[in-house]
Design a protein around this ligand. Sequence first.
Ligand SMILES: Nc1ncnc2c1ncn2[C@@H]1O[C@H](COP(=O)(O)OP(=O)(O)O)[C@@H](O)[C@H]1O
Ligand SMILES: [Mg+2]
Length: 374
Amino acid sequence: MRILKVRLTNFRNFQDETLEFGARRNLLLGANAQGKTNVLEAIHLLGVGRSHREHRDANLVRFGETYYRVEGEFEDIGVRTTIDVTYDEERKRIRINGKESKPSDLIGLVGVVVSSPDDIDLVKGSPGNRRQFLDIAISQMNRQYLISLQKYVRALAQKNKLLKAVQSGRVRASETAVWDKTLVSAGAAIVDARLLFLKDIGPEVESNFGVISGMRTGIDLAYDARGYRPGGDGATAELLTAAMEGHRELEVARGYSLVGPHVDDFHLLAGERDIRRFGSEGEQRTGVLALRCAEVTAMKTKKGRYPIVLLDDVFAELDDARTKALTALISNYDQIVLTSSRPAPAEADDLRTISIVDGKVEGGGSARESGEHT
Ligand SMILES: Nc1ncnc2c1ncn2[C@@H]1O[C@H](COP(=O)(O)OP(=O)(O)O)[C@@H](O)[C@H]1O
Ligand SMILES: [Mg+2]
């Protein structure tokens, strides 16, 4: 799907603005802190139900206001879809074509991939960043994954509650096992899907890394299961069960669950070394870009359509050679919305430029165009 327009009401520094997008290349142009990333954040919200950089919806509400609303209009081979996400202090509502919907109806409908400077956390940050990457990427392509994830998260919360109750002597330790069955079945489905995804995108990440950096380097994506070693060969459930058994006492002592996809991680290895420890800053940036571009390709392969690609300041830190390589790499993508503080070079055609100043679209919402085509 392509995004045609978005209306932001009390969202971040936008009071009430509507932005219209071109079918192909869109440049959100503006100085620092004007609201460019906020727009990408809103599109991401319409795609997966949440911001890519803020997990508390309350922080997305314009200062001093009580609610936000983001309305998007999308198009896919002539069919229009509207998505509306509203949040007030009470709750968040999603409407698809006016109909009240669940987050699971939303995720995967549009398809979005975002790449931003914060992506460096996919290398440098905590495992939670990498799990979130996997969860959002796979959920958009695989509805069953999302369902397993929801089951898993619910069962995990229940089990943790019981583990706390065991600590305070209200429940016997053996009772926590009632949740293990769900945790194992949903957990194994999650782990297997992650293994498959990493295996699928591996070659693409390696080739992207080579294209962007201009160097041939062997890249591996290594899933790091904590406390067990899944091989993606159908034995994951047994391995998880055994690991849970083995950790039961420790889980009781700690008061929370210690084994499963909610603690697992993955690593990006370049030449068999973890890029987190041994990669230069440049290699790390290249690594996460290669990962994001592979996510785009995977989505295109799985769903038959490119996602909307949101590129936040990605060219700012790249040298000329890498800029050229990345430009070539993304040239096949369908719709792109990118941000920059510098105008595109004059030869860039097929581009719509939208200037953002202090939470407003310059020129009152009608974007300047230079040769717009589908
Ligand atoms: N909840 C909010 N309400 C009002 N303004 C906000 C809110 N959250 C962030 N901002 C403002 O948004 C601006 C940053 O927007 P951002 O999109 O990150 O800028 P950039 O154009 O550099 O990408 C800052 O001025 C910040 O104060
Ligand atoms: Mg920004």
